[in-house]
Design a protein around this ligand. Structure first.
Ligand SMILES: Nc1ncnc2c1ncn2[C@@H]1O[C@H](COP(=O)(O)OP(=O)(O)O)[C@@H](O)[C@H]1O
Ligand SMILES: Cc1cn([C@H]2C[C@H](O)[C@@H](COP(=O)(O)OP(=O)(O)O)O2)c(=O)[nH]c1=O
Length: 223
C-alpha cells in the first residue's frame, strides 16, 4: 500500500529543546514501520551544509543571510525533501522557512515582503503540482521565553554566530515565531517548552496522536 509522505518541521529559538526530542519522534515513526528522513536547515545536502557553515560562521548583512538560507533550501527541497515525500516517507526537518522569517525577518529586522517573495519562488515548482507552495504539513513550535533558553544554553555548547546574540534578539525571534504561528494556526502546533523534558514529550505525543500519526503512548521518553 502506498503511503502519503509527511513533512514536519520543528521550530523555536536556540535552546528551546528541539534537538532533544526530534530523534525520539523519528524512533516512534520507525516503530510504526515508517521510513523516516531526519534532516535540518540550514543544511540537509552537501551543498546546503557548505552554505550552513558560511551562514553560521561568517559576518554578513540580513539579505545575504536570507539568500543563503533560501539557496540551501531550494537544493534541500529538490534533492532530499521532495523525493522523500514522493516515496511516502516521513520527513522530520529541524527548522525550515519559519526560521528565516523569525531570524532574518523579526530578529535582524529584514523586510518580510521580499522574504515572502523568496518563499514563493523557492517553494514552488518542486511538488507534483508545480503551482503548489511546498510547506510543512505540520510545524511543531517549541515556545520558550528567551531568558529560559539563554539559561539552558549557558550550560551547553559553544555559541555560534546566532546563539551569541543578545537576549533582545531572541525576544524578537520568539515574537517572529508567534506571528508566523498566528498567521497559519492550522499548520502550527505550539508546545509549551518551559517544562521538564518528560512533560514536553507528553505534549508532543498528544500532537501526533491527535492527527492519527502516532499511537498515544508511542516512542521513548528521551529522559
Ligand atoms: N525540557 C528541558 N529542560 C531543561 N533543559 C533542557 C530541556 N530540553 C533541553 N534542555 C537542554 O537545553 C539545551 C538546549 O536543548 P536543545 O535540544 O539542544 O535545543 P535546540 O535544539 O532547540 O537548540 C541542552 O543543553 C539540553 O540538554
Ligand atoms: C533555517 C535557518 C536557521 N537560522 C539560524 C537559527 C539557528 O541559530 C541556526 C542554526 O540552527 P540549529 O541547527 O537549530 O542550531 P544548532 O545546531 O546549534 O542547534 O541558524 C537562520 O538564521 N535562518 C534560517 O533560515
Amino acid at each position: 500500500m502506498s503511503r502519503t509522505g509527511l513533512f514536519i518541521s520543528f521550530e523555536g529559538i536556540d535552546g528551546a529543546g528541539k534537538s532533544s526530542h526530534i530523534k525520539a519522534l523519528a524512533d516512534a515513526f520507525s516503530a510504526q514501520g515508517r521510513e523516516v528522513v531526519l534532516t535540518r536547515e540550514p543544511g540537509g545536502t552537501p551543498l546546503a551544509e557548505k552554505l550552513r557553515a558560511l551562514l553560521l560562521g561568517d559576518a554578513m548583512d540580513p539579505l545575504t543571510e536570507a539568500l543563503l538560507a533560501f539557496a540551501g533550501r531550494r537544493d534541500h527541497l529538490v534533492q532530499v525533501i521532495e523525493p522523500a515525500l514522493a516515496r511516502g516517507d516521513v520527513v522530520l526537518c529541524d527548522r525550515f522557512t519559519d526560521a528565516t522569517f523569525a531570524y532574518q525577518g523579526a530578529g535582524r529586522g529584514f523586510d518580510r515582503a521580499p522574504l515572502a517573495q523568496l518563499e514563493r519562488l523557492v517553494q514552488t515548482g518542486v511538488a507534483p503540482d508545480p503551482a503548489q507552495l511546498r510547506e510543512p504539513d505540520l510545524t511543531v513550535w517549541f515556545d520558550l521565553p528567551a531568558e529560559v533558553a539563554a539559561e539552558r544554553l549557558s550550560h551547553a555548547r559553544l555559541p555560534d554566530r546566532f546563539e551569541a546574540q543578545p537576549l533582545e534578539f531572541f525576544r524578537r525571534v520568539a515574537q517572529g515565531y508567534a506571528d508566523r504561528a498566528g498567521a497559519a494556526p492550522q499548520r502550527f502546533a505550539r508546545i509549551d517548552a518551559n517544562h521538564a523534558r518528560a512533560l514536553v514529550w507528553q505534549q508532543l505525543e498528544a500532537v501526533f496522536a491527535q492527527r492519527g500519526w502516532l499511537p498515544a503512548a508511542a516512542g521513548q521518553d528521551p529522559q
